[in-house]
Design a protein around this ligand. Structure first.
Ligand SMILES: Cc1cc2nc3c(=O)[nH]c(=O)nc-3n(C[C@H](O)[C@H](O)[C@H](O)COP(=O)(O)OP(=O)(O)OC[C@H]3O[C@@H](n4cnc5c(N)ncnc54)[C@H](O)[C@@H]3O)c2cc1C
Length: 533
């Protein structure tokens, strides 16, 4: 009989959250992680001598308040602060939009008086739907089951519970929900606003991690996905974890260990061991086996099913579908060490706008062109870049007087056309990203002391994010909610008994939320009797 109750593949923040909840529930848990450090995409590392940064995920909002409270993350060292301004969008003609408490309306008024009221109305509509999403993120979605057994009855109740959440919406809000689930962000924004920068403010959220035009149907959902967060109780705002995103993962690991979970790094899983139709442990790359009564996988579902689970242990049709799981967010991530702060032509000098998410993508047309370019040639002539300078809010990241910036670049092809490799184009494209920022903030390029470049290929190699997909699978309607990762398996249970999904490929999807780990642990704890007898 195995000594361990659950072995978790991957110490991403969701794997760690799952481990903490299971250990709090009295189970004996071990987490095995391929990398040297825990956290997966939520990690802080030194990328240039003396300069540290959140090297992948870089900003907090979606992290669930219940997870923060249950795991007592503050007691384990986590402090989250708000940005002093939310977003700054400079335009080539020297105009700009600056949002954040007390600023948004005045700034919009300078661009379009009409858009002030339209902004308030749209922000209100979005917030009403985001509130519904907040109620759904910590619930397993209704799972579609075959037949009329006990599980059909319990899923019937689950569906009623979900319907009850939706019942609270007015008919107008329900119509808005349908729009947000199915329409393009571009269409919805064009209907409401006249200013390009105001449209771009919302439109950027629709293409973050979403390799699509803002006019692609379904992109409105991605915009909504970026709106359900909060920082320290303030809804819809974004903030920074002191010490970088790794501080979140470290606090989660601290919570898991405090309840007895074991975490081993530099321990890559080669195979899930399946015996008599049950997952009973894992085989590590170094040849060791770890046996457990259940296995939870924090990795991308396509990686799990096409590389770690023996093909003959899976139903053929399930595996065939999984092979077509859509990955690829089309993002390139850079970390740069800076000798000085940038100064933007549109708003020169220091100021709170430099603590915000600085978005270089002044219109929806610009974003669409970036996507079209990337489809045709691998990247865009005028790329979409969001820049954050976290060292302005956190003095633990850079030497005194110097700074670090995160550049999150959208719309590079997950795989380059014509068989070209990212290994041959990394520096060329990184130069273009820096030149793009330099166009809006002359002198920026000169201030770069060092840089780390993560192409989609690097994100896959380094973090196991297939196709560089930051969400473990596109957030398209056919890969969301009851269909994440597949109809019939939205309850965190795999088609193999004793195997569970606890990573972003399950509901509610990607982002540093902790929600998937929370939901998966709940199901495993519920299954205890059946599993552990
Ligand atoms: C560049 C980038 C920017 C992002 N920006 C943000 C942001 O600002 N804010 C936000 O909220 N979200 C952001 N995201 C999304 C968010 O970071 C991810 O969706 C989330 O962190 C995924 O967490 P996870 O625990 O589900 O999986 P992961 O973090 O992917 O963890 C999976 C873990 O499994 C490990 N693993 C893989 N294969 C094996 C194996 N064979 N054996 C053992 N271990 C294995 C990996 O090393 C990894 O540690 C970003 C993501 C990226 C990549």
């Amino acid at each position: 009989m195995a000594e361990l109750d659950v072995v978790i593949i991957g110490a991403g923040h969701n794997g760690l959250t799952c481990a903490a909840y299971l250990a709090m529930g009295g189970l004996k848990v071990k987490v095995v992680e391929r990398r040297k450090v825990v956290g997966g995409a939520a990690v802080t590392e030194e990328f240039h001598p003396g300069f540290r940064n959140s090297v992948a995920a870089y900003t907090v909002s979606l992290l669930n308040p219940k997870v923060i409270a249950d795991l007592k993350l503050a007691d384990h060292g986590l402090t989250i602060v708000e940005r002093r301004a939310q977003n700054f969008l400079p335009a080539p003609d020297g105009s700009y939009l600056l949002t954040g408490e007390g600023r948004t309306r005045d700034s919009i008024a300078k661009l379009s008086q009409r858009d002030v009221a339209a902004h308030d109305a749209f922000a209100g509509e979005l917030e009403a739907i985001a509130d519904v999403l907040r109620k759904l993120v910590l619930r397993a979605p209704p799972n579609i089951v075959e037949g009329f057994g006990l599980s059909a009855v319990s899923e019937g109740f689950n569906a009623l519970g979900t319907a009850n959440v939706l019942r609270g919406l007015s008919l107008d809000d329900k119509r808005m929900l349908l729009d947000l689930m199915t329409r393009s962000a571009g269409e919805m924004l064009d209907e409401r606003f006249e200013s390009d920068l105001v449209k771009a403010l919302f439109g950027f959220d629709a293409i973050v991690g979403n390799y699509a035009s803002p006019y692609t149907p379904g992109s409105a959902y991605v915009m909504l996905h970026h709106a359900f967060g909060e920082v320290n109780g303030r809804k819809g705002v974004w903030g920074h974890a002191i010490g970088g995103m790794g501080a979140i993962s470290r606090a989660m690991a601290g919570a898991a260990r405090a309840h007895g979970a074991e975490i081993e790094t530099e321990a890559a899983v080669r195979e899930v061991i399946v015996e008599n139709g049950r997952a009973v442990g894992i085989l590590l790359d170094d040849g060791r086996t770890v046996r457990a009564r259940a296995v939870a996988a924090n990795v991308n579902p396509k990686l799990l099913y096409t590389r770690l689970v023996p093909a003959d242990a899976l139903p053929d049709k399930f595996l065939a579908r999984m092979k077509n799981w859509r990955n690829g967010s089309g993002t390139l991530r850079m970390n740069v060490a800076l000798s000085k702060l940038p100064s933007f032509t549109a708003l020169p000098g220091d100021g709170n706008h430099l603590t915000s998410g600085i978005i270089i993508a002044p219109s929806l047309a610009y974003m669409e062109r970036a996507y079209d370019d990337a489809r045709a040639s691998g990247w865009s002539r005028e790329p979409v870049v969001e820049m954050l300078i976290p060292s302005l809010l956190d003095d633990t990241l850079a030497p005194k007087g110097a700074h670090v910036a995160s550049l999150f670049c959208q719309h590079v092809a997950p795989e380059l056309p014509a068989g070209r490799s990212w290994d041959d184009h990394r520096d060329e494209v990184a130069d273009l990203m820096i030149a793009t920022v330099d166009k809006y903030a002359p002198g920026f390029a000169e201030s770069v002391l060092g840089r780390q470049v993560l192409t989609p290929l690097d994100l896959e190699r380094e973090f196991g994010l297939l196709g560089g997909d930051i969400f473990h699978g596109a957030l398209t309607l056919n890969q969301l909610f009851s269909a994440r990762p597949m109809l019939g398996h939205a309850d965190y249970r795999a088609p193999i008994k004793g195997l569970y999904h606890c990573g972003s490929g399950a509901h509610p999807g990607g982002g540093v939320t902790g929600a998937v780990g929370h939901n998966a642990a709940k199901v495993i704890l519920r299954d205890q009797r059946a599993l552990f007898g």
